[in-house]
Design a protein around this ligand. Structure first.
Ligand code: CMC
Length: 391
């Protein structure tokens, strides 16, 4: 037994066939159902791109309206679900709350847990996409000690999310179109990224027949890590730690020093070895937002200078370590008023579309079986038990 291909980190193993997202890392191409991400970010909104990822084609205006209705129908969470939050400490990380709260949806919506029923699957897809903004906003409100804001179905998907995060009882949040559009773009850019760690986690969890809410909770847990979705928070924390342009050389030096575990957060990508097409769109959106809110953020100067150095420095050029999407999204989200701890929950909200689309694709694949990687065993050979008094 045990002659298996050894592929640590799965750098050359395809785990599935998929028709959803295509990446060419060398060319810097990202396509959702064949459409370039740049065109989708420029011309569509959250709902339209979500429909495309789920159904495979861009919606007609009727299909789009119907899908929008289906999503807004499910934006509320069960009233008892609100009490669930009281069990968390106020200083809980919103991602900790998200892992628990999304997993708990399985206990509230039993009619969506029959994965063999296509209609139940469809409702589960709508519920997940509809409830994620509500839950992410609740996690935020809970940690800042403010009352929850109920969803408003007269608003667009992203505007409603901003309203749930930033309205307070005495004062409705005034929606700024530039900010709402930029956030919509951030969501579109983050929606899917083929078989990344969290999506593979969702598929693996789903392959055992687990219910969709449990699978998405598994994806959220995986996304939390700083090498994956947690990088946007880590990137901003790093910019704050660097603080000013004169400190940059010290950090560049540390990033290159092999005896120092420090890495430049927001740089490098497993797949994009030339540039990250999402980072290009994000860079532009980031500047638009900063202009709109009139903030001249000193961290933006640090970011720009880091970007300039990294794009010229031999170490980064040779290793093809370009700024990735997280590098720019952090600064933009900060300008919108989100604290760094909310960056990864926002990523989770957007990636839910990809996760749930991939989950459904997997279940509908005739070759679907439980995911069960093998291993190369390197432990002790067979040996006899030694009683404790003889050890
Ligand atoms: N700063 C300094 N050196 C780096 C960095 C970095 N950010 N990233 C990679 N390297 C070096 C690394 O030390 C290694 O050097 P050597 O070959 O001399 O040992 C070489 O580049 C290759 O690195 P690797 O870890 O083998 O590359 P990988 O493809 O496994 O890692 C990565 C990709 C994204 C995990 C890594 O670049 C990294 O840790 N970046 C910082 C965290 C980050 O921004 N993550 C977000 C990724 S994009 C969002 C998402 O899709 O989830």
């Amino acid at each position: 037994t045990g002659k298996f291909t050894f592929d640590p980190g799965y750098t050359s193993t395809a785990s599935c066939e998929s028709q959803i997202t295509f990446i060419d890392g060398g060319e810097g191409t990202l396509l959702y159902r064949g459409y370039p991400i740049e065109q989708l970010a420029e011309n569509t909104d959250f709902i339209e791109t979500a429909y495309l990822l789920l159904e495979g084609e861009l919606p007609t205006s009727e299909q789009c309206a119907e899908f929008r209705n289906n999503i807004t129908y499910h934006t509320m969470v069960h009233e008892h679900f609100n009490k669930f939050f009281d069990g968390f400490r106020r200083d809980a990380h919103p991602m900790a709350i998200m892992c628990g709260a999304v997993g708990a949806l399985s206990a509230f919506y039993h009619d969506s847990t029959d994965i063999n029923d296509p209609q139940a699957r469809k409702v589960a897809v709508h519920r997940m996409i509809a409830k994620m903004p509500t839950i992410a906003a609740m996690a935020y409100k809970y940690t800042v000690g403010q009352p929850f804001v109920y969803p408003r179905n007269d608003l667009g998907y992203t505007e409603n999310f901003l309203n749930m995060c930033f309205s307070v009882p005495a004062e409705d949040y005034e929606i700024n179109k530039t900010l709402a559009d930029a956030l919509d773009k951030i969501f579109i850019l983050h929606m899917d990224h083929e078989q990344n760690a969290s999506t593979s986690t969702v598929r693996l969890a789903g392959s055992s027949g687990a219910n969709p809410f449990a699978c998405i909770a598994a994806g959220i847990a995986c996304l939390w890590g700083p090498a994956h979705g947690g990088a946007n928070e880590a990137a901003l924390n790093m910019l704050m730690e660097i603080g000013s342009v004169d400190k940059i050389p010290e950090y560049i030096g540390r990033a290159k020093d092999k005896s120092d575990p420090f890495r430049l957060m927001g740089f490098g990508h497993r797949v994009y070895k030339n540039y990250d097409p999402r980072a290009k769109v994000m860079q532009k959106a980031s500047h638009e937002v900063l202009d709109a809110v009139g903030i001249s953020d000193p961290l933006l100067d640090v970011a720009k200078e880091l970007e300039r150095i990294a794009l010229e420095d031999e170490y980064f050029v040779e290793k093809k370590l370009y700024p990735n999407i997280d590098f720019y999204s952090g600064i933009t989200l900060r300008a919108m008023g989100f604290p760094p701890s909310m960056f990864t929950p926002l990523f989770a909200l957007a990636r839910t579309v990809g996760w749930i689309a991939q989950w459904r694709e997997m279940l509908e694949d005739p070759n679907q079986k439980i995911g069960r990687p093998r291993q190369i065993y390197t432990g002790a050979a067979k040996r006899d038990f030694v009683p404790m008094n003889q050890r």
